[in-house]
Ligand binder design. Structure first.
Ligand SMILES: Nc1nc2c(ncn2[C@@H]2O[C@H](COP(=O)(O)OP(=O)(O)OP(=O)(O)O)[C@@H](O)[C@H]2O)c(=O)[nH]1
Ligand SMILES: [Mg+2]
Length: 223
């Protein structure tokens, strides 16, 4: 769980993740938050859940940098990214991990566009996500509907074997490009989505969509 300034939601999302009926380990990487996130993690969450691994970056480096810090710490068979906001429903991880647990898939993405469809707050983000999904399908021979979906689930060995280079919001396009080039077909399953606005702490901007497009193009033609 990469987190940056999520003091309003961190307690609740951690409780929800810990309540998911799966054998699991939670690794939280705080990316030098400037609000109360770090102290909530160290003084409340660490006490309530001593098994959670809590790591802190000394300076803000970005969501993908936090994910890259967390991946080598993971000891389980399956790894997923869980955002520190309340836009997702951690219960979904039961069905999203099932194809990997049952040996039917290696990489599973959640999708907000498979029935039942989930509402978006910003139409521009929805369109941007669609364009990124079409780009993945065109350039990488996949059949996905939701490239930027927060739930991406991997057999651990696959994710650990990928050299990730980017630090900010480029995790989704980079990992999608790289698993595709390794020959894995992405399985998509529906996920719930409760969108938040910028007033509630959303950090992703439209420029991140353009960067994502660039990353998808770049890895199609270079290594
Ligand atoms: N570690 C770290 N996490 C970040 C940073 N910026 C955002 N995050 C986390 O990344 C997650 C997603 O951020 P959001 O602003 O909700 O972005 P979003 O629009 O939901 O986009 P995605 O979830 O990435 O599809 C949240 O858990 C944030 O706390 C950062 O600079 N560093
Ligand atoms: Mg979010």
């Amino acid at each position: 769980m990469p987190v940056y300034n999520e003091s309003a939601t961190i307690r609740q999302i951690v409780d929800k993740v810990m309540a998911v009926p799966l054998h699991k380990e939670l690794i939280i990487v705080d990316d030098a938050s400037t609000d109360a996130t770090a102290s909530i993690l160290d003084q409340e969450i660490a006490v309530q859940y001593p098994d959670i691994k809590i790591l802190h970056h000394p300076a803000n480096r970005g969501k993908a940098a936090a994910i890259r810090t967390g991946i080598p710490q993971a000891t389980g068979e399956i790894i997923t990214i869980q955002d520190g906001d309340l836009e997702t429903e951690p219960e979904d991880l039961v069905h999203l991990t099932a194809p990997i647990r049952e040996g039917r898939a290696e990489v599973v993405y959640g999708s907000r566009y498979l029935a039942p469809k989930e509402p978006h707050l910003y139409r521009t983000y929805q369109l941007g996500g669609r364009i990124l999904s079409w780009t993945v399908n065109l350039l990488y021979d996949q059949h996905i509907t939701d490239e930027p979906a927060c739930y991406k689930v991997f057999r651990a060995g696959i994710l650990k074997g990928i050299q990730l280079e980017y630090d900010r919001f480029e995790f989704c396009p980079e990992v999608t490009a790289k698993v595709s080039k390794m020959g894995y077909k992405i399985t998509e399953l529906p996920m719930h989505y409760y969108p938040r606005g910028f007033d509630e702490g959303k950090k992703l901007h439209w420029i991140d969509g353009l960067k994502a497009l660039w990353v998808l193009l770049k890895y199609r033609f270079t290594d």
